[in-house]
Design a binder for this molecule. Sequence first.
Ligand code: GLY
Ligand code: MN
Ligand code: MN
Length: 415
Amino acid sequence: HTAKSMIVSLSADSRNRQNDVDHPYRQNSNFLYLTGMPYAKSALIIAPGGIEHDGQISHEFLFVQPRSTEKEAWEGALMGLDEARILLIERILPYAELRTFMMKHLSGIDTVFFTGLPTSSIPIPLADKPLSVETIIKNDIQSTFPELYVKTTLPTLNALREVKDADEITLMKKAIDISIEGHISAMKESHPGITEYELEALMEFAFKKGGAEDIGYSSIMGSGYNTCILHYTSNRKATMNGDLVLADCGAEYQNYTADITRTFPVNGSFTADQKKLYDIVLEAADSAIAEAKVGNTFRAPHNAAKKVLLKRMIEIGLIEKEEQLKWYFMHGTSHYLGLDVHDPGTMGTLKHGSIITVEPGLYIPPGSPCDQRWWNIGIRIEDDILIDSNGPINLSESLPRTTQAIEALMKSKNK
Ligand code: GLY
Ligand code: MN
Ligand code: MN
């Protein structure tokens, strides 16, 4: 049955910001994974049963934009039809022929899989609902080929991306090592009064200096009550003496991203209450990492973290029963990590060669139903764990993660 199927993988759209000025381009991760092609307006077609095109049967077709001297004056050289041969895909064709090619060859096919779509929906404010690109694509193709199954995901690809090969692990380690330098530099330069955006700039300066092309996601640099906002990214506040800073930042290196969080006191010393909660989160992280083992369920690390948080939070009187834990811990503990910060995977048992995050936290925003002394304390500790048949390997372990090690690092700032 695969003999009659076709896989279509599309490059990411370039996103216009204003007249003739685009956002920085980032290739779609599925397309990049399958091709290595970094440029827009390209597509891959895989046909396991082979397709006869121009008198020759092939199984893989890459569509790319031909080179153009006028364009290159603005954008620099891209990979044209000749250059793209380095990607070792059987046939290279001009991108403009993609639609004709598909319409011609879909007639012999029973199932077409898209590896995802460049945009999930087109927001049209005057319509009731945004139009789904999925519907548009399905309708367009379906009207010509009513018998065809059109699928807009390819689960096999999630399974492939879940397990990293040796080259991918090398790139991940590099992204993580660069990120560690960024976190160290933000911690060392920190002092009361420094703004969140200055800390963000120090972090990202170190990323660029280390050779990272980009950040893997918007840097989260929250201080004081902002430590309690899980995806805080505006980073506009000035820190104050006594604040904690929660830095969730990861560099992207050759399209692979790290995802690391550390929480540190802006003045270099944890208060007793901050330390108490920090040590609970650290204990939860350690017990979750210990469960990040081949063959365990995907939820095993999360369950281990929750168990510790629940026990300790009851002990110190912040909650009384299990249902209340979600007041202060309201997210999962792990996700896959790779080309995307929230990388795809099967959510099945943990596999050798997979990389997941372990990131328990506690967040106590002002107004919480507890003694005010705990308010404004938000703590997350996030590490990147390689699942290995010899046991979990914490790839971000060398970045200080105990209160003592963080305080020692911050005291070393003027050396
Ligand atoms: N940085 C986003 C996350 O930790 O999942
Ligand atoms: Mn994460
Ligand atoms: Mn994170």
